[in-house]
Ligand binder design. Structure first.
Ligand code: SF4
Length: 64
């Protein structure tokens, strides 16, 4: 399982952090999102998938 934020696509809308606050954080320097965990519970993975679907820029990739 891999969850990736494409940094060159992310626009820092913050939506992913609201949808999955345990999974995504925002960097202080440029406001872009990053994945802050490497092991996912089923609930965190579902939240990451929801965040990917809701990202306006389609910047989040969730790969099985
Ligand atoms: S919702 Fe998408 S564009 Fe917005 S901060 Fe998250 S990854 Fe970046």
């Amino acid at each position: 399982m891999r969850v990736v934020v494409q940094d060159d696509v992310c626009q820092g809308h913050t939506l992913c952090c609201m949808t999955a606050p345990e999974v995504f954080g925002l960097r202080e320097d440029d406001g872009h999102s990053f994945v802050q965990i490497s092991e996912f519970t089923p609930e965190q993975l579902e939240a990451a998938k929801r965040a990917a679907l809701n990202c306006p820029e389609q910047a989040i990739l969730v790969e099985d």
